[in-house]
Every structure is written in C-alpha cells, then in structure tokens.
Design a protein around this ligand. Sequence first.
Ligand SMILES: O=P(O)(O)OC[C@H]1O[C@H](OP(=O)(O)OP(=O)(O)O)[C@H](O)[C@@H]1O
Ligand SMILES: Nc1nc2[nH]cnc2c(=O)[nH]1
Length: 183
Amino acid sequence: MDSAAVENDLVETLFTEKQIQDRLGELAQEIERDYDGKDLVIVGVLRGAVMVMADLARALDRHVEMDWMAVSSYGSGTKSSGVVRILKDLDGDITGRHVLIVDEIIDTGLTLSWLTSNLGSRGPASVEICTLLRKPEALQMPVEAKYVGWDIPNEFVVGYGLDYRERYRNLRDIATLAPHVYS
Ligand SMILES: O=P(O)(O)OC[C@H]1O[C@H](OP(=O)(O)OP(=O)(O)O)[C@H](O)[C@@H]1O
Ligand SMILES: Nc1nc2[nH]cnc2c(=O)[nH]1
C-alpha cells in the first residue's frame, strides 16, 4: 500500500491501534465476568469484524467457540441498502447456547437488529452484542448492545476492518475518510 496516498484520503485518526487493543482488553474482562461458567459462542459478522474477532478472542482468557456469518446490507457504497441478506450462515447449531455477536460498528442498526432477531429465533440461551463502535445519531432501528467500545459521531470511518469499496480495511488505526474520496 502506498502510505502517502492513503494518508491523503484520511482526515483524522479517531483511535490508534494501542487504544483499540486496550479497550478490547477491558471489554474482554467484562465478558469473562458475565459469562463465567457458561458455554459461549462468539459470532463474527464478516467481513468487517475479522480484526475485532481475532483480537477480542485472543484477549479472552477462557475457552470460546468462534463462528461466522456473512450478511449484506451495504452494497459497495457508504449508505445502507435497507435490505439484509444472508450470504453465509453459521456452521454450528446455537440451540441452548449463549451467543455473543461481534461486529465493528453499529451505524443505522439495521444489520444487528435483523441479525439479533434472526439468531434469537434459533432457540439460543441468550443473544447479546459486542460492537467496537456505535453511532448513536445514525441509529434507525432499536439495537441493544451489551458491550460497546466507543460511541462516535455520525461520520464514515475506515480502518481496522472497516472498508470503503474494499480499501482501508487493513489500516491498524481507525480514521475518518475524507469526503473527496467518496463524493
Ligand atoms: O448498523 P448498520 O447501518 O446496519 O451498519 C453496520 C454494518 O455495516 C458494516 O458491514 P458492511 O455491510 O459494510 O459489510 P462488511 O463488514 O463486509 O464491510 C458493519 O460490519 C456492520 O455489520
Ligand atoms: N467503513 C465503514 N463501514 C460502515 N458500515 C456502516 N457504517 C460504516 C462506516 O462508518 N464505515
């Protein structure tokens, strides 16, 4: 990646790699406490949640099963399409199990509101959400996230799994994207 070119596309770093790892460590401790003695499966929402799943799972000092779903709601732009489709379903059965959905961002809330009710209909012991970022001003659907890294302003962000047209996902920090990139 041409790092000078990437820097020109970014406005401001919101969270550094270190801040992200520290916050995930705190969330992992809360999760360990809350699920002490319970069977837990964490479900990552592909593709953006790959980084947060990998780092959160390794911050957890306990056994945890990792499963994945892929859903589509954004197409290739910066606006939700309003329709959620399953592109890849879970591999495992979650009946009677404690499920923690892990994602990197709640924006309109459409994806996780839909996913929570979809997984909730499969007879799990519980379904909760862990998200690294949340945009309270953008929320259009009711979504209760039990674990939230940070609330952020209603701006399009990239890095640490978050892409714009499949770029910037591999940035280590999270930053706001310059409007000239997508306007
Ligand atoms: O609250 P919402 O408005 O529904 O937005 C949140 C969703 O958007 C992102 O995924 P995206 O659709 O960009 O797919 P990706 O993870 O493959 O990049 C993110 O991972 C969430 O799942
Ligand atoms: N990259 C990126 N993807 C998103 N999906 C929903 N909100 C966002 C956002 O702010 N940035």
